[in-house]
Ligand binder design. Sequence first.
Ligand code: S3P
Length: 168
Amino acid sequence: MKSLNNYILIGFMGVGKSTIMRLLSKETKLFGLDSDDLIESFEQQKIKDIFQTKGEDYFRECEERVSKWLSQNVSNTIIAAGGGFFMTKYFNEIGTVIYLKSSFEAILNRISKDELTKRPLLKDIEKAKDLFEKREKEYKKKADFTIDIENKNPKEVVLEIVNKLKLF
Ligand code: S3P
């Protein structure tokens, strides 16, 4: 059931989902949302602080809440999904899934130190690499479309998505 006309961007942490969501929103005139921003606003806490004070399981429950809400209430919207959001119960009902793909090395090169500290699951690079390898397979399975973002600037990525999906 994907009748909501939403486009949901998935991919590993730091791949640029929020940036692409905002540009795509401007380009298509569809509204844009970010699952992590929704959680930060209803929890009144940054993601890294939620992980630290309430733990990952609690954060995943917050994602479930967002997933259910999106699937029942939101349409005609571009959604940037946190890296683990694809695991939520209602994910498959939300919309067309666009996987933004990049190698782990390129992700590490493109994110700043500041962005690294915002992401609890990127603290330990070895563990993050293992997670990346597991996640890559899952993202592929969930994707309706895959866009390789490596060596492309955000505008090029957006143009590719717009052309591919005929989002004019
Ligand atoms: C996570 C990705 C993060 C954020 C949280 C957990 C994950 O979002 O939801 O730190 O499990 O991959 P971004 O992918 O936007 O960094």
